[in-house]
Design a protein around this ligand. Sequence first.
Ligand code: NAD
Length: 296
Amino acid sequence: MTAQIIDGKAFAATVRAKVAAHVAGLLASHGIIPGLAVVLVGEDPASQVYVRSKGKMTVEVGMASFEHRLTASTSEADLMALIDDLNKDDTVHGILVQLPLPGHLNANLVINAIDPAKDVDGFHILNVGLLGTGQKSMVPCTPLGSLMLLRDHLGPLAGLEAVVIGRSNIVGKPMAQLLLNDSCTVTLCHSRTRDLPRVVRRADIVVAAVGRAGMVTGDWIKPGATVIDVGINRVAEGGKTRLVGDCDFASCAAVAGAITPVPGGVGPMTIACLLANTVTACCRANGLAEPEGLTP
Ligand code: NAD
């Protein structure tokens, strides 16, 4: 069997189009422009690339983009003061602090200083608690994008066996919560899980979010399963670097029913969901109807 390829790039374009249509409507009917503020501390090259593309796509869907670039030596007090300003700024509906932060800054403290209503990354403890109790919240972008792909491909997920590999606060844990809220039977695996291949083999849905190139191989996959590969790993090949996922694509695609490629799978969904969260936050802040299909 050869798996169907789940085209995250194409799906992300439809999400961005929905966002753009809603943004245009907000301006036409209410004179409101959703605004996203992105804060980058330091010069991490990968973070600079992410921040640049987030800014570009924010503008492309008609929203306002505010970029705040701070030096690596910025003090916690100065960063907290900026967040306080952004919390109070009515033109800013979403605030994202690009992670990782330089070592002297406490990421938990900084994230929990963001107004939860503007926390478009969904990392604030209030949003984590709301998601964990099945209440309306801001939902982390990568798991939200993965859920959208799963629902689009499979329809209702109730009753399916889902195995999530990786228990990070950014991907694994919120992914497990979302799948649980959709009535999957969820197993959350991590580096200490015993006999991981055996656990993964029972899954109808596999979400791999580990950060190890090609770790999941086809012999771990139940025939016909849907595989969401969140991993982004740079591997050296003939003097060049290539992006690969956590799943060994060729062997997994030979067994799975469907699989997301890397690149072009979950990655584009993450930024699309950031834009979706920003327009949702803007609607909530203004007491207006939220766009449909952009939240869980
Ligand atoms: P992380 O390092 O915070 O967490 C990795 C998790 O994998 C941990 O919970 C750990 O227990 C688990 N793990 C490590 N080794 C393991 C093993 N041998 N067996 C089973 N579990 C193991 O990483 P993260 O932030 O969750 O990111 C995971 C991957 O997803 C990375 O490759 C990252 O680049 C990628 N990512 C992609 C997107 C996207 O937009 N597509 C977004 C975020 C992260």
